[in-house]
Ligand binder design. Structure first.
Ligand code: ATP
Ligand code: MG
Length: 429
């Protein structure tokens, strides 16, 4: 019976996995320098966490979740995003007891039932950052700056940074009222999703990809006209902090983000290359979610975060030719001549491995031809040959594949060939 992978999932290996680990490494390094600590949380949670946290009106909850009933009749959901889980953990573990700001990151799989296409999968991975603690426009700008330098560190330069402020609850309530009035008048000509959103999440209409270019959408009331004074000031401070940090951004009043928990500052990083088929792909997105901890029965805690899709980063890095080259070459291949030398060869191989040298040996063949074939296959930089003569006299033949230089040396000095220091080696025999 042939079993294939589930639609929308990926098998990671070779170059792609190498790039994935590389991105993860860069993420960990930059998080460390920002004092952002790693968390690794469950990949499934109680369904109500996402229903309450992400919000019933969001696309994620209304049509993308992998939800099932487990054997004890609990409704479980494979996590579609990371913020709700991190906030659940933050509240459950009373992490808010620590004064000031606390910052966390995660890397791991997320699950959404979406229509698979380039950069869109049903199982995908996100690197995300969440910062809990007193809200500050400086912090918002600093988080955007972090995201910007992270992408630049990966060599991803063609990126548009969009920012907006969707206001506190009060501003949003004012704005949503006006928005509902406006769109109610025009809803007949709009798409089915928009009709739905009008009742459930009117702000999301602005995010519609179908009706994006229509006059109705272009003439829609603007959030900035409905922000309360305090929110206006905050938005201004974020902008001047971004200027001070030399971030190249655009204010996009249509940027609202799809998750219900967002408040105040929101931002997106978009791949920007008009000649590319993936032009306009969102690489990274985030914002403030000041109400979420309280929504999950924790204390009222301000928070901001973002997430970026690892698959989309890999896609763009491949397109830009900035993905790291996978080095599959080995330091050495040990080749033995005659039967008695094989075990000595295996001993030597493991001695070299203990000094972190990548070294292999053919366990089966005693003939030279297949052993050299292995050496080619593993792209060995050195071939180390042990014959009976070498064995009896404490010697080894060393062939440098690149320079083609061949020499016979004392086996006790073999590490020096690899510019390493350590205990001298001796044959057992
Ligand atoms: P989109 O509008 O592209 O559906 P979103 O608003 O649903 O994105 P978020 O929930 O904010 O996205 O997730 C943050 C990031 O995670 C996205 O910018 C993207 O890089 C990545 N991402 C989201 N959904 C997927 C998916 N199905 N496959 C791969 N990556 C994804
Ligand atoms: Mg989506």
């Amino acid at each position: 019976m042939k079993v294939s992978k589930i639609k929308g999932t990926l098998d990671y290996f070779g170059e792609q996995l190498n790039t994935y680990r590389y991105i993860e490494g860069v993420a960990k390094e930059i998080c460390n320098s920002h004092g952002i600590k790693e968390v690794m949380l469950p990949t499934f949670e109680a369904t109500e966490l996402f229903a309450r946290g992400v919000g019933e009106g969001s696309d994620i909850v209304s049509k993308e979740m992998y939800t099932f009933v487990d054997r004890s009749n609990r409704s479980i959901t494979l996590r579609p995003e990371g913020t709700a889980g991190v906030t659940r953990w933050f509240v459950e573990n009373k992490m808010y007891i620590n004064p000031g700001l606390s910052k966390y990151f995660y890397v791991g799989p997320m699950f959404r039932y979406e229509r698979p296409q380039a950069g869109r999968y049903r199982e995908f991975r996100q690197f995300g950052v969440e910062a809990f603690g007193p809200g500050s426009a400086y912090l918002d700008a600093d988080i955007i700056c972090f995201a910007d330098s992270f992408l630049k560190k990966l060599g991803i330069k063609n990126v548009k940074v969009l920012v907006n402020n969707i206001g506190s609850k009060q501003s949003r309530a004012n704005y949503e009222k006006v928005l509902v009035e406006y769109f109610t008048k025009n809803i007949d000509s709009m798409c089915a999703d928009c009709k739905n959103r009008l009742l459930k999440n009117p702000l999301r209409i602005l995010d519609c990809k179908v009706d994006k270019e229509t006059e109705i959408m272009k003439n829609a009331p603007k959030i900035s006209d409905y922000l309360i004074e305090e929110d206006k000031e905050y938005a201004k401070s974020v902008i001047s902090a971004l200027d001070a940090l030399d971030i190249n951004y655009e204010v996009d009043e249509k940027l609202v983000r799809g998750l219900d928990y967002y408040t105040s500052t929101v931002f997106e990083f978009i791949y920007d290359d008009p000649a590319s088929p993936i032009n306009g792909l969102t690489l990274l997105a985030g914002g403030r979610y000041n109400g979420l901890a309280k929504e999950l029965d924790g204390p009222d805690t301000d928070a901001i975060g973002f997430a970026t899709g690892m698959e989309r980063l890999i896609l763009v890095m491949n397109e830009l030719g900035v993905a790291p080259v996978l080095d599959e070459s080995a330091d050495a291949c040990v080749i033995t001549i005659g039967e008695v030398t094989k075990l000595e060869g295996i001993r030597l191989t493991n001695y070299l491995r203990s000094y972190n040298l990548k070294c292999e040996i053919d366990y089966i063949n005693h003939n030279l031809k297949p052993q050299f074939k292995l050496s080619d296959r593993i792209k060995a930089k050195h071939v180390l040959i042990i014959g009976e003569d070498e064995l009896n006299n404490g010697l080894i033949k060393v062939k440098n594949i690149e320079t083609k230089e061949e020499k016979v040396i004392e086996v006790k000095n073999i590490l020096k060939e690899f510019n390493k220091e350590g205990n001298e080696y001796a044959y057992k025999k």
